[in-house]
Write a protein that binds this ligand. Sequence first.
Ligand code: HEM
Length: 228
Amino acid sequence: MEGVARCVTCKMEKQASSARHVSINLQIFQHILAIAAHDSVVQLGGKKWTVPLGRRDSNTASSTAVNSNFPSPFLNLTGLISIFSNKGFITKETVVLSGSHTIGMAKCIGFRSRIYNETNINTAFATSLKSNCPSAGGDSNLSPLDMTSSTVFDNAYYTNLIKSKGLLHSDQQLFNGGSTDSQVKAYSANSASFFKDFGNAMVKMGNLSPLTGTNGQIRTNCRSVNSG
Ligand code: HEM
């Protein structure tokens, strides 16, 4: 529920203010978000990709649409593959886009059931998370999605999965004896292929039904539809 909507918009919004390359005269927040996503990755150690510009902002906002279109951290592999496939992504792209969890944080409420109830988790890893994520309370306490290097854009996310150290249930689903295990191994062994495929998948995601021309609007405040 709290997945990609929060991930991509809020995270990138936060980082927009610090993105050094956003000095040119951009008026469209979609540009800023796309460039901020790109620049954040590059500044944190990832590889560059070309960011297509021209997207406009939506005339509407819908939490229902967000909840039905964005993945929950409680999904199993089949559900993850399906929700990405609904947007035209193949399984390999589901695996590569999930690698964005090499940076950032998640709230206790999104991984409590994993650290207390699941068995496909490294015991020491689960124990280390419990003080900051008690069995009751502390729902908003944050832990890094990649406990190895949460501020570096690298392939440690995949190496963690192989060690059963995925933070979210959905993360660990990518390496749990299923069809995506081999791709996780491949990205953990080869960061160059992760960076390359990640850039391509980000461009593909940016090209999902963009509003262009006279469609949509240019928002005055990124967070709200223009009034009047
Ligand atoms: C595979 C399906 C995905 C699920 C189930 C998922 C779920 C989540 C959840 C639950 C969080 C923590 C939010 C919080 O507790 O506040 C999170 C954080 C994050 N996600 Fe995802 N996500 C997915 C895919 C993606 C994709 C495709 C991207 C970008 C390409 C992405 C980028 C991020 C980032 C950057 C954060 C850190 C946010 C922060 O530190 O403020 N995620 N995700």
